[in-house]
Design a protein around this ligand. Structure first.
Ligand SMILES: Cc1cc2nc3c(=O)[nH]c(=O)nc-3n(C[C@H](O)[C@H](O)[C@H](O)COP(=O)(O)OP(=O)(O)OC[C@H]3O[C@@H](n4cnc5c(N)ncnc54)[C@H](O)[C@@H]3O)c2cc1C
Ligand SMILES: *[C@@H]1O[C@H](CO)[C@@H](O)[C@H](O)[C@H]1NC(C)=O
Ligand SMILES: *[C@@H]1O[C@H](CO)[C@@H](O)[C@H](O)[C@H]1NC(C)=O
Ligand SMILES: *[C@@H]1O[C@H](CO)[C@@H](O)[C@H](O)[C@H]1NC(C)=O
Ligand SMILES: *[C@@H]1O[C@H](CO)[C@@H](O)[C@H](O)[C@H]1NC(C)=O
Ligand SMILES: *[C@@H]1O[C@H](CO)[C@@H](O)[C@H](O)[C@H]1NC(C)=O
Length: 550
């Protein structure tokens, strides 16, 4: 550890900093003292340290938390939030949390569906290391790459790329407030996935802080760990400081459209047809379907709206040819289409009105916060019309349901299931996301909405993938299983592990056992270590397996 060279500095720190900062809470005190001992003091620690009695504590806790369900008063709160200002602060946080045995959660963009980056339901006390102040981005067009720090949003990365070049982009999430740190750890899909794959498929290098507080890059972490962090889910292997990503070419002009169809406009038949073509279309075309309940044509009556929301990497003339050939049933016309720059298409797909300038992406704020519960499925056979009608019936019973069907195929089919931990590849037609959203007035009615979504999910069992019934780890779903506090969770975890990672789960467990045998990085669904009896074998093979590939 480099810290020993600054021992004298640290002593001074203890003298000066321990006096002004004293709370009656032992966790806060000891953590602060430990940080002061371990940190580079040319940057003061005090502004990075938030205890509950500081007025900005609550606003910081809430700042990026996406799921309001996990901010309710009844939900456990952290003892403190630490917002590192330097990478070495992240190292100190790991060292101190380990030394003092204080459970640590890490947050980048706060979009975790089950609030795992800001709530622990299984361990107390806990603290949050919030990376929102580490958000530098450097784009190197000549090298076709960019380094982006974990606390930046994906929208900031898109903006910084477009600032330097109109013909470069990056294929990651649709929602622009996603944190780069957490998003890419689970895969990161977006509207260019059929052409270029996932964000995680386009990672070149990474810097992480491991369970010993060391900073590693691709070379020093080795190919096993580098494999695991690209899709194996957040906060199991280390803290990502930054990702180096490969930029991809985009045309100067792309085309977007949104075409809604209600049931009365033949929505069911068109959606049945979409299922037959969505994964086989030209790779430049991504058409997702956003399904919601809408007002019907007669007053007081409800219907289902299926909105076809698309990005085409090309101009409108070519798009119309492609649609005429492959999906004429939608009846797309040129008046439905808008030609714009790739960056503007990012704002369009994220749902911003066209009057909002791209600079909105730099606010790093999310425009969408709700109480919600979500689940996911992967579909390998088109759902018949009778099956669709059963979905409509259930959607019409819920207050604010949403489904998003997102097409696969193209590049997603060409990448092998074991290339990175994200396994949902060839043979997948589309992914379904189920959501129920509710507001403040309904905040005590969570059980009702959660019950509704579980029933819909049960109904869908016969249409979804089986053995395993796959799920997207970035759509974290604690219904699939929860690690127990403090025990080896290998057996129970293999159930949800197979859903998120299929056969890659075993390799993730092996790597986890090698790099974090004491299970320092853990949460309700972190990758477990092997039970102790089998651990020794795993550790022995550490050096030998470093260079192996997936
Ligand atoms: C509104 C909304 C839209 C979404 N749209 C998409 C989409 O288009 N495409 C898509 O693929 N996904 C999408 N997601 C899912 C999203 O990718 C995941 O929720 C992702 O984990 C968010 O990352 P984050 O940094 O914002 O979240 P956080 O809550 O900060 O982190 C998520 C998880 O990763 C861990 N983590 C955070 N930072 C780090 C780090 N630096 N190192 C290691 N672990 C870390 C956390 O502890 C937590 O377990 C969406 C989510 C929401 C809420
Ligand atoms: C927070 O509370 C502690 C006592 O628990 C006190 O010593 C400290 O000064 C308080 N800090 C602020 C900013 O109020
Ligand atoms: C401490 O941080 C400063 C400012 O970021 C940096 O210039 C300096 O090199 C760091 N010193 C050590 C020992 O890491
Ligand atoms: C979890 O276990 C730790 C010790 O391993 C204990 O201190 C903590 O209170 C436990 N948390 C819960 C919620 O049971
Ligand atoms: C659509 O394709 C048909 C042939 O399949 C062709 O006759 C027709 O002109 C095309 N329409 C457009 C608008 O391209
Ligand atoms: C995908 O799987 C199908 C069989 O299900 C096979 O015919 C096809 O060649 C596969 N495609 C790729 C790119 O591997």
């Amino acid at each position: 550890m480099e810290f020993s060279s600054s021992t004298i500095l640290s002593f001074l720190a203890l003298l000066f900093l321990s006096i002004p900062f004293s709370t009656s809470n032992p966790t806060q005190d000891s953590f602060y003292q430990c940080l002061a001992t371990n940190s580079n003091l040319s940057v003061p620690l005090y502004p990075a340290f938030y205890t509950p009695n500081i007025s900005s504590f609550t606003s910081l806790l809430q700042s990026t938390a996406q799921n309001l369900r996990y901010l309710l008063p009844s939900v456990p709160k952290p003892e403190l939030i630490f917002t590192p200002l330097l990478e070495s602060h992240v190292q100190s946080a790991v060292i101190c949390s380990k030394q003092l045995n204080i459970h640590l959660r890490v947050r980048s963009g706060g979009h975790d569906y089950e609030g795992l980056s800001y709530v622990s339901q299984i361990e107390s006390p806990f603290i949050i290391v919030d990376l929102s102040k580490l958000r530098s981005i450097s784009v190197d067009i000549a090298d076709n790459s960019a380094w982006a720090s974990a606390g930046a949003t994906i929208g900031e990365l898109y903006y910084r790329i477009a600032e330097k070049s109109k013909i470069h982009g990056f294929p990651a999430g649709l929602c622009t407030s996603l944190g780069i740190g957490g998003h890419i750890t689970g895969g990161a899909y977006g509207s260019m996935m059929r052409k270029y794959g996932l964000g995680a498929d386009n990672v070149l290098d990474a810097r992480i802080v491991d369970a010993n507080g060391n900073i590693l890059d691709r070379q020093s972490m080795g190919e096993d760990l580098f494999w695991a962090i690209r899709g194996g889910g957040g906060a199991s292997f280390g803290i990502i400081l930054s990702w180096k990503v490969r930029l991809v070419p985009v045309p100067e002009t792309v085309t977007v459209f949104t075409v809604p169809k209600t049931l009365e406009q033949g929505g069911t038949k068109i959606l049945y047809r979409w299922q037959q073509v969505a994964d086989k279309l030209d790779e430049n075309l991504f058409i997702r379907v956003v399904i919601s309940v809408a007002d019907g044509s007669t007053k007081g009556q409800k219907t289902i709206s299926t909105a076809y929301n698309a990005l085409f990497l090309g101009g409108v003339d070519r798009l119309l040819q492609v649609m005429n050939q492959s999906f004429p049933e939608l009846g797309l016309q040129s008046k439905d289409c808008v030609e714009l720059s790739w960056l503007k298409s990012v704002l369009y797909i994220a749902g911003y009105p066209s009057s909002v300038p791209p600079e909105a992406l730099l606010q790093g704020k999310s425009s969408f916060k709700n109480y919600f519960k979500a689940k996911s499925d992967f579909v390998r056979e088109p759902i018949p019309e009778t099956g669709l009608e059963g979905i409509w019936k259930r959607l019409l019973e819920e207050d604010s349901p949403l489904m998003v069907w997102n097409p696969y195929g193209g590049m997603m089919s060409k990448i092998s299931e074991s290339e990175i931990p994200f396994p949902h590849r060839n043979g997948t037609i589309f992914k379904i996301q189920y959501l129920s959203l509710w507001g403040e007035a309904d905040k005590d009615l969570a059980p009702k909405h959660i019950d509704w979504i579980r029933k819909l999910y049960n109904y869908m069992a016969s249409y979804a993938s089986t053995f395993p019934r796959e799920a997207y780890v970035n759509y974290r779903d604690l219904d699939l299983g929860i690690n127990k506090n403090g025990s080896s969770n290998f057996i129970q975890a293999s159930a949800w592990g197979a859903r998120y990672f299929k056969n890659n789960f075993n390799r993730l467990v092996r790597i986890k056992t090698q790099v974090d045998p004491d299970n320092f990085f853990r949460h309700e669904q972190s990758i477990p270590t092997l039970p102790t009896s089998t651990k020794r074998r795993g550790r022995k093979s550490h050096h030998r397996t470093k260079k192996s590939h997936g």
